[in-house]
Every structure is written in C-alpha cells, then in structure tokens.
Design a protein around this ligand. Structure first.
Ligand code: ADP
Ligand code: ZN
Ligand code: ZN
Length: 736
C-alpha cells in the first residue's frame, strides 16, 4: 500500500481545508477507513479518500496518522460523497458524514440454549434442509433445538436419569426447548447454574447475529402466480441487469402489484450473486412492504430508517457492511447503505417528496439511487402510479395497466362545491352513510387554521413567522406549524377585548368530530397523531370505519375492503403558487382514488369535492389519466423552461434585519447574473420564518453543473460577510 494517506477531516465548518496528506505506513487504512489525525493541535476523525506514493507536503512537515480505527466504509461510498458534495453545492465533509460508519462495534450478547439430545421425531428430514433447522443423531449432544421445531414429547424424557429441578429451572428449560435459543437476559444467574450441570449452553454472540428463523428462499414457494404484465416487467428488469444495467420507470396503476415485481426481481438479482437496495417513502406508514421482504427473504434483509435507535442502526449497518445482509429496505437515508455488488436499486412511490432531504446536504435520494445504480452496473427501477414528469421524460418506460384482481379502476365523481355551504356535500354525506369503509383526505391538520376577531378583524398570527396560527382544540392551543410557537386558546381578542372570535378553515381534527355524527367509527392520521402506523393497522382490522387524515392516508396502503375514497378541497394544493402544484394535486387525488376498490367484496367509489370542477388536472385525475396529465404537464414545463428542461437553484438568506438579508441576496444575484448561465429571479422577500426575514434568489439554468458552479461562486463571495453578521445562507439545488 502506498505510504501516504489522503484524508478528509470530518469537520463540517465551511472554509476548512479539504483533503490533507498524512503518513500511514502500516497500510491498515485503505480508502474508506476512519482514522484519527492531528489537525491544528487537536486530534480529529477523518476518512481516507485515497492512498498515494507522493505528496506535496515537505517530509519534515508530514505528520503521521495517530490511530487507525476498525471501522471503514466502502470506496464507492467515498466517491459518492465527493460527487454529492459537488452536485448539491455542499462540502465534502458534510457529505462524508452521510456515509461514515457508525461509531462503536455491535454489542455482544449472551445467548442460552439447551444442551440435551433431542431424538429425531418421525417424518422429520435428515437434518440438513439448508436452513439449519433440522436435527440429526450424529450431531454432538450440545446441539439445541432451533426456532419453530415441533415440541418433543417431554423434558423428562431428555433429562439424564435422576435429574432434580426446581419449578423455576424446569420452566426455563421447557421454555428453551419449546422456543429455541434466546438472550440470557435477566435469567443469567439461574441459567449459569444449569450450565454448570451441563443442561444449558451459554454463548457470546454479536447481538446482530440473530438466530435465523428462515433462510433465503425459504418461502419462495409462497409467491402467487404472476400476471402477464408482472412477468413482462420482471423479464425486462432481469434483462437490463444481465446486460449491465439500465434505468426503468415502472408505471403501474394502483393495485397493479408493483411490490410483487420488486420481490421477484430481487430474488433473481440475489440468485445472480448481487445485492439489492429498496427505498420506500415512510416505513412507519407502510410497514407492509418491509414485512413482505422479510417474509420472503428472512435475515438477509436489513431495515434502515431514521426511526431506529442508535444501537439498532449500528447493528444493521454492520450486518450490511459484513455482507451478512444483502437486501436493504429503508427510507431516504438508506440510500447510503454500505452494500457492495448492487444489482438492483428500487425506488418505490418515486413521486413522493419525502425522498428529498431538507437539511444540509439537501440531497435527493432518487438522484443518489440513480448514481449508485449507474456506478454499480445495476438496474434502477422507479415505481409509481403517478410518476414525476422528470422521470417520465428520462427513464425507459415499463407499464402495468391492469389491477391484479382484474377489477377496473374505481369510478371518480367530481362534486362541485360552489354554492354548497359546509365541509361535506350532501352527496358525500350520503355516500359515507352507505359505505362500509371509507378514507377521507383533507390536507389540513388541526381544528381550524384561521382565527379572526369578529369585531376588529384582528387575525391571530405567529409572533415569529408571517403565518396564521392553527387551533388545536384537544390540546387547547394555538400552534405555529412552522416554528413550534404555541399559546393557549385566547378567550378574547388581544386588540379590542371582544370575546367574539371566528374560526375559519376546516382541519382534520374538526372533520373527525363532524364525521362522528354519522354513526361510523372514525379514526384519524396526521402529524399530530403519535403513532400513525398503529392507527392505520387498526383501520385495517375494522369492518366498518372511516379513516380521516392529511396526505398520510394516500401513501400506498393496501386495504382490500375500502369501498369509498373522498378528497375534500381537492384544489387546495392548486392554489399554492409552485411549479409542482399540478403534479402534487394530480398525484394526491389519483393515489387516494387508488386506495378504493382493491379486492374485498364491494366495488370502489371515489368522490372529489372541489371549487374548480373544470380544472384540467382534476379532470385528468378523475379519468385516472396519468398519460394525459404527463403529456400536458411536460408541454407546460417545456413552454416555461421549467425542470426537466432546466435546473433551478434556490438561494435563501435569512436575517433578523431585512436590509441585511436583502443586501447579501442582491450581491449573490449579481454574481450569478454575471456568469451568464441563465435566468436570475429576485431577490424577492419570503414570509418571515422563526424570527428571521428572508430573501430569495432563484436561478434557472440549462445545465446543472454550470448553475451549481455559479452559485458556489456567489456563496463564496458573501460567505465571510454572512458569517460575521450571523446571516443564514441556504442553497437548494433542484428544490422541491
Ligand atoms: P401496487 O403497489 O401496484 O398498488 P401492490 O403491490 O400493493 O400494488 O399489490 C396489490 C395487492 O395485490 C397486494 O395485496 C398483493 O399481495 C396482491 N398481488 C400482487 N400480485 C399478485 C398476483 N400476481 N396475484 C394475486 N395477487 C397479487
Ligand atoms: Zn378584536
Ligand atoms: Zn412561527
């Protein structure tokens, strides 16, 4: 190994040196290894990004690496971090933190198992069925019973003659015999006594090495026969993988069985010796897909998402890094899993905005997934019933147009709300009374989102942000949904003392109460509900119920017996001035409509309440016409040179003094404009947030690389000044 290690310190302040050379002659620190290095009189962590024979540092100044840690990431992920830093205009140190191996080693744990010979029961196989479950007489007497084997006749038949046991000891042994090996836990002392008598074995194992209940392919037989469309999709994915990779868009209507395609394509990729990465939007809300992978592939599946405890994450990370886990299913951050030999990268529900990370670095997991697939020669499969215009324009299309159960798509009725007072149209109310199970979407949480004094017109706003406060009746508070400010519900107007306060803008909390009057059990999911996953599970179990909630109710759930889906205020998202308003509205309505009429007995029905019944986006959604929508939307984007026909970069300066923010923003706008790479819009004020005034500059350029370079230049120009004045700079490349 060359003697010089090129190291990137994991220190995230901007303006610090990049790669530094150190002497490391042992050769223990390959690319990706974490090392301790001396830097400015301190010792800091760094990651080796390259090895070299030569360095520009004079010999007498070249310092040595202080320590080589036992953790390392893959060289692919080091390259990924370097690419990503550039791609999203962040720093390499920040990007490296995304791929850094977690600190510490997996915890050790004591496992106990019985040390008795279990006689072979009649009809059992000869011991080796490949899953490590069988027993054989030839095995040493210390072998225990594994999970799932049938209970032998009785403990006494196995005990050496004359063995005496206390009731507690007997219970322990019977438990181990029945359920198989388990962590010693609180019973350690008692188990040690049994160990001394030769009845139990206690072993130290890595906690992460859970005894396997089912091995790869164990339940492959449970695969349902695939439909023709599924088979064609799987064939195309396999072909692409065998010929060195590709990027596919699996555009399948809701209920077309995309998960089954992922599962089968995963199996063939594993059989070819490759690994598989599966990204899903939010694991807490759609645990079904994780379960299905675990059911089919057992312990080679690692699960990664931000909800894991630190230790759990570390253990899963090591299972992947060591090659023990070969499939990773996870949310956004799982895109950095240290898998080697990727053959298949799946992005499920690729339209979901949660793939975009809204902290530094502002990466988009879909773009990172595409990079990894390309680099590894793997197939990228982006799946959705409502693909993004970007993906539709760029990826090879694989279609599934039919639902697996042969049912058509549920009919959608547009309900015109013009001139109809109240939240629910009479038609909707009627349909709710008649249905068995309904999902009602209203994309606004809380009780009402606008409080106003009837006498003086005072509006209740956040003291830190230019937004109105939202009333949460059960909590008894008015909350800001942007900064976390909260106050008690006012009894009177702070401006004039009037007690007459009007509540406008219906939210999910109030809708929940309104619907309770219909005589159905009402459940609610939104960001105010502590465990949305549990509510969804309960909804799945009930025979008659209404599920009310924000967009969380539209996220790919598969409940077979929902016969009514309702969207309230369907044009709410259209009123939002954003280039993706149309796309979001279409996806929301279509996805919610897709929850109705899946299997079960009843047929599905969908009602869409709106004030704009003639809006083309709403009409397209009502026809389930994704192709029509995408064609029109791409046309519109082309006319305005919006993405994918350009790249946008958003620069935001935040400061408590609006003049400071404006001045810095103006300088940056000028620098970018002088590069002549495209259009520069702004600075323009944004609403005040967390006590800071904000100014925004939007850059629209044909080439992403050029846009990022120009923006870096601009940020570089004002960085010092911004730091001195404590102004906050945000760069968002391809904002969502
Ligand atoms: P999508 O993600 O395309 O909306 P899912 O993958 O959730 O659809 O599948 C919908 C339902 O159809 C699931 O309950 C799944 O188990 C079932 N399913 C999928 N493929 C088949 C098949 N080939 N035969 C029978 N049922 C299937
Ligand atoms: Zn008032
Ligand atoms: Zn606020």
């Amino acid at each position: 190994m060359p003697p010089v290690a090129r190291v990137l310190p994991l220190v995230t302040a901007r303006g610090l040196p990049g790669e530094l050379d150190y002497l490391e002659e042992s050769g223990a620190a390959g690319v990706g290894t974490v090392v301790r290095i001396p830097l400015g009189g301190r010792a800091v962590d760094g990651i080796v990004v390259a090895r070299a024979n030569e360095t520009d540092v004079p010999a007498e100044k070249l310092k040595a690496v202080e320590a080589v840690e036992e953790r390392s990431t893959t060289s692919e992920l080091v390259d990924l971090a370097r690419w990503l830093a550039d791609d999203v205009a962040s720093t390499t140190a920040r990007a490296l933190q995304l791929v850094e191996p977690p600190a510490g080693k997996p915890k050790q744990r004591l496992w106990a198992r019985v040390a008795l010979v279990v006689p072979k029961s009649a009809g059992e196989s000869d011991g080796n069925d490949g899953s490590g479950r069988g027993m054989s007489n030839a095995e040493p007497p210390t072998r225990g019973v594994s999970v799932g084997d049938p209970m032998p006749e009785s403990l006494d038949a196995l005990l050496p003659e004359g063995t005496k046991l206390t009731p507690a000891q007997r219970e322990l042994l019977e438990g181990l015999l029945r359920d198989g090996p388990r962590p010693a836990g609180d019973d350690l002392a008692r188990l040690r006594t049994l160990e001394k008598r030769g009845l139990v074995v206690i072993e130290q194992t890595d906690e992460r090495r859970r005894p396997s209940a089912h091995a790869v392919g164990a339940s492959a037989a449970k695969e349902p026969p695939a439909t023709d469309e599924q088979l064609a999709a799987i064939r195309r994915i396999d072909e692409a993988r065998e010929s060195g990779g590709g990027a596919l868009l699996l555009h399948g209507v809701t209920g077309s069985g995309k998960t089954e395609v992922y599962l089968r394509a995963t199996r063939t990729a594993l059989e070819a010796g490759r690994t598989v990465l599966v990204l899903v939007p939010e694991i807490g809300l759609t645990p079904q897909i994780v379960h299905r992978f675990q059911q089919r592939f057992g312990d080679v599946v690692a699960v990664m998402h931000s909800g894991l405890a630190k230790g759990e994450r570390r253990d899963e990370w090591w299972r992947v890094r060591s090659g023990e886990a070969r499939i990773v299913v996870g949310a956004r951050s799982a895109v950095f899993a240290p898998l080697e030999g990727l053959g298949l990268v799946i992005v499920d529900e690729e339209h979901d905005s949660s793939y975009k990370h809204e902290g530094d670095p502002r990466y988009d997991a879909r773009r990172v997934a595409a990079w990894r697939a390309k680099r590894a020669g793997a197939v990228l499969v982006c799946g959705s019933a409502t693909p993004r215009p970007e993906s539709f324009a760029a990826l090879e299309l694989v279609r599934m147009t039919q639902r697996v159960d042969g049912r058509g798509m549920p009919p959608v009725e547009i309900v015109d709300m013009k001139g109809s007072p109240g939240a629910l149209h009479a038609r909707t109310r009627e349909a709710l009374v008649d249905c068995h199970k309904a999902i009602v979407l209203l994309n606004r949480r809380g009780w009402s989102n606008f409080l106003e004094c009837r006498d003086c017109g005072h509006a209740f706003g956040c003291p830190n942000c230019d937004v109105t406060l939202v009333l949460h009746r059960r909590r008894g508070t008015l909350d800001c949904h942007h900064c976390g400010h909260t106050e008690h519900i006012p009894r009177e107007c702070p401006a004039c003392g009037s007690v007459s306060i009007a509540r406008h803008g219906l939210g999910t909390e109030r809708l929940e109460q309104d619907l309770a009057g219909l005589g159905l059990e009402v459940l609610r999911v939104d960001a105010d509900v502590r465990d949305p996953g549990a509510v969804l599970a309960r909804f799945g179990e009930l025979d008659r119920a209404v599920l009310v909630g924000t967009q969380l109710v539209a996220k790919g759930h598969d409940f077979p017996d929902v016969d009514l889906a309702v969207v309230l205020d369907a044009d709410a998202t259209l009123r939002f001035p954003d280039l993706r308003s149309e796309e979001r509205t279409f996806a929301l309505i279509t996805q919610l409509a897709g929850r109705a009429g899946r299997g079960g007995t009843g047929h599905g029905k969908v009602l869409v309440q709106t004030n704009q019944p003639q809006h083309p986006v709403i009409l397209a959604a009502a026809r389930h016409d994704a192709d029509g929508f995408l064609a029109a939307e791409l046309q519109r984007r082309r006319e305005h040179a919006y993405p994918p026909y350009s790249t946008m970069v958003r620069l935001v300066v935040a400061h408590h003094d609006q003049r400071v923010a404006r001045e810095l923003a103006r300088t940056m706008a000028q620098v970018v404009a002088s590069e002549e790479i495209g259009e520069v819009l702004g600075p323009a004020p944004l609403f005040k947030l967390r006590g800071r005034e904000r100014e925004q500059v939007l850059v629209k350029a044909q080439y992403r690389g050029q846009a990022v370079a120009a923006v870096r230049e601009a940020v570089g120009r004002v960085e010092r000044q911004a730091a001195q004045k404590r102004a906050q700079l945000t760069v968002d490349v391809a904002p969502q």
